[in-house]
Design a protein around this ligand. Structure first.
Ligand code: SF4
Length: 354
């Protein structure tokens, strides 16, 4: 569907950047690779088993951003690998290894860091990615990248005996727009920079080791299992969100007595009557009208557009056929005993039909 103009295609093909980037990414789906281990179990196995089909279906446009990433990595490596930089403590792209004992079976894990400085005890990872992803990393809310950096730190310690103190991501914002960022100043907000240096929290080595062993164990379990019997990747791996109930407490009714679409919900809660009651208790809300609205979570965000083995995934193929539940809502009068229980049960029955 997406194409690179003919005039530019040979540039990408000739240097094999795109081909290399895709091949590299498929090679990483091994027990030996940090990136592979961080993937969801189903994606990890499907990518390994169907790598040829994936490679054949990947277009130059799919690999464009990894190509740009590769070019930036090359520049970074070139700049920091001189004698002068080494003298200042910089090291680039060294491979690190460590062997783990997982239930009596050895597994060697390896990874390559982008840039480290053994004088300042810092490690840097270069990423070309979306603003949204960089915001999440900066908010300490991106488990995948935070754990990835910490695994590199662990391997660095095991390979060179040096305990790094500082982890950073050098994030290139793919969607940075100068005008948009400048407009933020009008609202007293700080604009984002096109390239951000983001500090990543360090995780104790013991916790990182446990995580790695669990990942290897979880994946090994399905080595001999048929594709369709491997459980789907977790909701986090699929970048999904759970279903929720939006609760409206104040000033949300339209004149005709329905929920005003323009109003923001007071609180999003899991789909649970107990959680709603607990929150109402906490807010000391015992009478008057409130709105409850069911909002369906997104379960296949990654599957749909960002998983290159989705054609081979029975979970995604069946999810695709499901109808999306509409937004369902109702008004509850807390002054009427049992009204909340009754309305919630009716809403839940409708939700369960989807
Ligand atoms: S389509 Fe979704 S569930 Fe299936 S392998 Fe990809 S990410 Fe995992």
């Amino acid at each position: 569907m997406f194409k690179i103009p003919e005039i530019f295609k040979p540039i990408l093909e000739e240097d094999h950047y795109v081909g290399d980037a895709i091949e590299e990414s498929l090679k990483k789906d091994q027990y030996t690779s940090v990136t592979g281990l961080l993937k969801g179990t189903k994606e990890f196995h499907l990518r390994r088993r169907h790598s040829q089909a994936i490679e054949a279906n990947t277009t130059l446009a799919d690999g464009l951003w990894s190509t740009i990433g590769s070019l930036l990595h090359e520049r970074l490596e070139k700049f920091y690998s001189t004698e002068e930089m080494r003298h200042k403590g910089f090291h680039t792209e060294l491979r690190m290894y460590h062997t783990f004992d997982v239930d009596g079976q050895e597994s060697e894990i390896s990874g390559k860091f982008d840039l480290a400085n053994t004088k300042t005890l810092s490690m840097y990872d270069l990423k070309v990615t979306a603003s949204y992803t960089l915001d999440k990393i900066a908010a300490d809310d991106h488990e995948y990248y935070i754990m990835q950096q910490n695994i590199y730190r662990y391997l660095f310690y095991k390979s060179f005996g040096i305990e790094l103190k500082n982890l950073y991501i050098i994030g290139f914002d793919k969607y940075w727009r100068k005008g948009e960022e400048l407009r933020k100043l009008n609202y007293g907000k700080e604009p984002n920079q096109p390239v951000r240096l983001i500090k990543v929290r360090t995780i104790p080595f013991e916790e990182v080791k446990e995580y790695i062993i669990k990942q290897i164990r979880d994946k090994r379990k399905y080595d001999e299992v048929e594709d369709d019997l491997i459980p789907e990747c977790t909701i986090e791996d699929r970048w999904g969100t759970e279903d929720s109930i939006a609760l409206y407490l104040e000033d949300f009714l339209t004149k005709s007595g329905t929920i005003n679409k323009k109003k923001r919900a007071t609180r999003l809660l899991p789909v649970s009557l107990e959680e709603i009651k607990e929150y109402l208790d906490y807010k000391n809300k015992v009478s008057g009208k409130i709105g409850i609205e069911f909002r369906a979570g997104v379960s296949t965000k990654k599957c749909k557009d960002f998983c290159d083995c989705n054609a081979k995934c029975n979970f995604y193929q069946s999810e695709k056929k499901k109808r999306q539940p509409p937004k369902l809502n109702d008004i509850v009068d807390l002054s009427i005993e049992g009204d909340l229980e009754e309305k919630f049960a009716t809403l839940k029955k409708k939700i369960d039909k989807y």
